[in-house]
Design a protein around this ligand. Structure first.
Ligand SMILES: NC(=O)C1=CN([C@@H]2O[C@H](COP(=O)(O)OP(=O)(O)OC[C@H]3O[C@@H](n4cnc5c(N)ncnc54)[C@H](OP(=O)(O)O)[C@@H]3O)[C@@H](O)[C@H]2O)C=CC1
Ligand SMILES: O=C(CO)COP(=O)(O)O
Length: 348
């Protein structure tokens, strides 16, 4: 018998955000839950989804579509917010006042927020919020968790097996999330280390972006493995400086997601790196899919944090220079290859 006993979910379960991963989560929920309410902010999306046409053809009949956050908050005790980090605070400012302490929120957003930082001056750690911290800031909900792991949406939509991690300070949130999502094709681990899981999920996007840069240049597996190993080491140092434990970085939400995202051409972060390396101008990448390349935002935020806290993170620093300051990739690789690293594993 599992450590987390199965609970039956009788109420509707909500998903806020009807994008690629919101729809994927709704599809997973449809295996365990009879009534799923998915929120889209666009009437035209609602009409398309209700007509079950085109890209939404796979929608289960158990899924209802709404443009009303009031309806989601009223009907659902368990809600999965799945919107990009850029719009997360704005979404929470609308959803937050409708929530009470009985609600359970498990977000699946792999990014950070720095909207509390002053426009001028140095960013401080307290200005950087994870999505669970934003939920707590903007609402009375305290039963908060996150979902993080190697979960490329298209593979899950094809019913390929996968696993994730639900992290929350509250065991009942983990149990509720597992009851809602676990199935023979989707394994759900649990942990109480929510900060570690959120930071691992956000920071790995930067390393995936860097892996795409190498892939776009046609470089091979030796340097890929070096990047992923040293990238993970920097993720851990940054995570520790932000107060997280090492453990989550070594599990599915850390190394697991890093391997999947940093090696898959289905990853938008990886693909953005490939495009940059092959000469696509940044403005074109940002114009096409920029909001959804979470690694760009995370890189900007973390670069400021590393400067403010003097965290030694040569890969994050050099990737920032390549992405935002036009540094040539060859120079960046030369810099890293001649960097005076001394110790292999220095985070345990
Ligand atoms: N896709 C994947 O494989 C995975 C994604 N994730 C994470 O999930 C998050 C979402 O990604 P994904 O679903 O792929 O992104 P998409 O771009 O496919 O969808 C994002 C959705 O969020 C909606 N949205 C954006 N801002 C708001 C807002 N303020 N209020 C309400 N809805 C909003 C968008 O609505 P509109 O169409 O109206 O703009 C859109 O439907 C990201 O943080 C990503 O890292 C995590 C695991 C896997
Ligand atoms: O986080 C993801 C898979 O786990 C999705 O990655 P991308 O946002 O790079 O597509």
């Amino acid at each position: 018998m599992s450590k987390y006993q199965k609970i039956q979910i009788k109420q509707a379960v909500g998903v806020v955000g009807a994008g690629s991963f919101g729809l994927t989560i709704a599809g997973l929920l449809a295996e365990n839950v009879e009534d799923i309410l998915i929120y889209t902010r666009r009437e035209e999306n609602k009409a398309k989804m209700q007509a079950r046409k085109g890209e939404y053809a796979q929608l289960s009949p158990k899924i209802r579509v709404t443009t009303s956050l009031e309806e989601v908050a009223k009907d659902c005790q368990l809600i999965f917010p799945v919107v990009p980090s850029k719009g997360f605070r704005n979404m929470m400012q609308q959803l937050g006042p409708l929530l009470n302490p009985q609600h359970f929120l498990i977000h699946a957003t792999k990014g950070l927020d720095s909207s509390l930082a002053p426009k001028e001056g140095k960013i401080k750690p307290e200005h950087i919020k994870t999505m669970s911290q934003l939920i707590e800031l903007e609402s009375l909900a305290c039963r908060v968790g996150c979902l993080s792991g190697p979960n490329l949406a298209s593979e899950i939509q094809e019913h390929q097996p996968a696993a994730t991690l639900i992290a929350s300070k509250y065991t009942e949130v983990i149990k509720m999330g597992q009851a809602a999502l676990r199935s023979p094709r989707f394994q759900v681990y649990g942990t109480h280390d929510i900060l570690g899981a959120e930071l691992a999920g956000a920071l790995k996007n930067v390393v995936a972006l860097a892996a795409g840069l190498l892939g776009g240049k046609g470089l091979g597996m030796n340097i890929w493995a070096l990047l992923v190993t040293r990238g993970l080491s920097e993720m851990i140092h940054i995570g520790k400086a932000m107060g997280a434990d090492v453990k989550a970085f070594l599990g599915v939400a850390g190394i697991g997601d890093l391997i999947a995202t940093a090696s898959s051409t289905k990853s938008r972060n990886y693909k953005a790196g490939v495009a940059l390396a092959q000469g696509t101008p940044m403005r074109e990448i940002v114009g096409a899919d920029g909001d959804m390349v979470e690694g760009f935002r995370t890189l900007e935020i973390i670069n400021q944090l590393c400067q403010a806290l003097e965290i030694n993170s040569p890969i994050f620093e050099i990737v920032h220079r390549v992405v935002f300051k036009g540094m040539e990739l060859e120079r960046a690789i030369h810099f890293l290859m001649t960097y005076p690293y001394a110790v292999d594993v220095d985070f345990l």
